[in-house]
Design a protein around this ligand. Structure first.
Ligand SMILES: Cc1ncc(COP(=O)(O)O)c(C=O)c1O
Length: 434
């Protein structure tokens, strides 16, 4: 057992599930063999507890660290901010600077609020929207965090969330009073939205990811905007994952559809805790008619990290490089799969490309893929988040390892046997024990 797995076993005795985030659970990658903990990280490299080096092709900090780990320019600004004091009785001017920066990018928005995590930012957006609207209920599409307002949809029907991002989410502990306040619709299926806009459902808010796995087709986003206008519904785009990667400012700018509120997180601070809600003045002003307030939302470092990240993303046109790399990797995946006669489906933003094995035993195959890539020095997954830190040389190394592992997969498919060193990865949320 590696050091990381030994520590995880102990951690599960004092931390329920072993950590704070489902997407960083060892069990969803490679149970019993994933390194799980890191010692240090730089650019797209991570050293585990045994100081083994891995290149990160498994998400770059759950899609947060677009510029790469421990970025020199952001570090410099943060160290300066730390020395000058990051928390005081007075407010940090960088908060005002960040609000202006975001509003300048988004001509449709007038005001901004900030918090730390994505889920919190979604909660803030929903509260503001509810404070503004006479109709309190929500139509949603996509993933929007762990809070009660969202999870409650699984109380209405146990598997409402299964067609969104994360299947199998449990609702024990969520107040039943929310159960009939939130209704799912399906991406690119405008009728699924129309169907739930009944008088009884009383929907006043639509919250959705403008794009994740698939491109909008048939003017899907434009149609949503039209429906929202016609029915006086507030439209919220959750760009926590899609924001500032393919497009500086957010993917909605590419599709030319403005929401009433947009939410950003993760990559706007390159992994430092900061998230934001921007929106139209008449709606955002309602934040003053309700109580939304938290001490740590005033922390200076998050604002500094976001200002520096956004400056660098813009100055170095990072999104262009990321798009180019994403397209190149998608193309290479398809070519390698074809060469080995392996059936895969490629999807996702160019910045967050994804592939799936189109087989009944896809979980077994992808566990084998992760296992063998790990042996070759890569933290790998079916979904990757392109980093500005990926050099041509590193991409070449990755694709060469990918090619070798796909040859092994071809061989295993032919033999109908995959040599797994441990159990198959988990695909859904589960209770974990030591
Ligand atoms: C679209 C979207 N919304 C909300 C969240 C929740 O953000 P956080 O994990 O920072 O709470 C995520 C996280 O993956 C996300 O992708």
């Amino acid at each position: 057992m590696n050091k990381g797995q030994k520590l995880l076993k102990k951690a599960k005795k004092v931390i329920p599930g072993g950590n704070q985030l489902l997407s960083k659970r060892s069990e969803i990658f490679l149970p019993e063999f994933w390194p799980n903990y890191y010692n240090k990280a730089k650019d797209c490299k991570i050293w585990d507890l045994e100081n083994k080096l891995y290149y990160d092709f498994a998400g770059m900090g759950v899609t947060s660290c677009v510029l790469g780990y421990s970025d020199k320019d952001i570090n410099t600004a943060l160290i300066e901010g730390l020395k000058k004091g990051s928390m005081t009785t007075l407010n940090a001017t960088e908060e005002f600077e960040l609000a202006n920066r975001l509003i300048k990018i988004h001509k449709w928005a007038d005001m901004a609020k900030f918090c730390k995590s994505g889920g919190e930012a979604c909660m803030v957006a929903i509260r503001i929207a509810r404070a503004f609207s006479k109709r309190q209920n929500i139509a949603f599409c996509g993933y929007h965090g762990w809070h009660d307002w969202y999870l409650a949809t699984n109380m209405q029907k146990k598997n409402n969330l299964d067609k969104q991002l994360l299947p199998g989410l449990k609702t024990k502990g969520v107040s039943k009073s929310y159960a009939n306040s939130i209704f799912p619709f399906i991406y690119n299926d405008i009728n699924s939205l129309k169907k739930i806009l009944t008088k009884k459902n009383n929907i006043g808010i639509i919250i959705m990811e403008p794009m994740r796995g698939q491109e909008p087709n048939n003017n899907f986003l434009k149609k949503i905007r039209k429906i929202a206008n016609k029915n006086k519904i507030i439209l919220i785009f959750d760009e926590i994952t899609s924001g500032f990667k393919d497009v500086y400012g957010g993917i909605h700018l590419k599709f030319n559809v403005d929401p009433d509120i947009a939410i950003f997180g993760k990559s706007i601070g390159n992994g430092y805790p900061i998230s934001s809600i921007i929106g139209k003045r008449k709606i955002m002003e309602c934040a003053q008619d309700t109580f939304i307030s938290s001490t740590m939302w005033t922390d200076r470092l998050g604002f500094i990290a976001a200002n520096e990240t956004l400056k660098k993303l813009k100055k170095e046109k990072v999104n262009l490089k990321i798009n180019k790399i994403g397209k190149k990797i998608k193309k290479a995946w398809i070519k390698i799969a074809k060469k080995n006669n392996i059936n895969i489906k490629v999807s996702g933003l160019n910045a967050i490309p994804s592939f799936s094995f189109e087989y009944k035993n896809n979980k077994e195959i992808s566990t084998f893929f992760i296992q063998e890539m790990l042996k070759k020095g890569f933290l790998a997954n079916n979904t990757i988040s392109i980093s500005y830190a990926y050099t041509d040389q590193i991409i070449k190394k990755y694709l060469s390892a990918f090619d070798k592992v796909f040859k092994q997969i071809k061989f295993s498919l032919n033999k109908k046997k995959f040599l797994l060193d441990g159990p198959i990865r988990h695909s859904t949320f589960r209770r974990l024990t030591g």
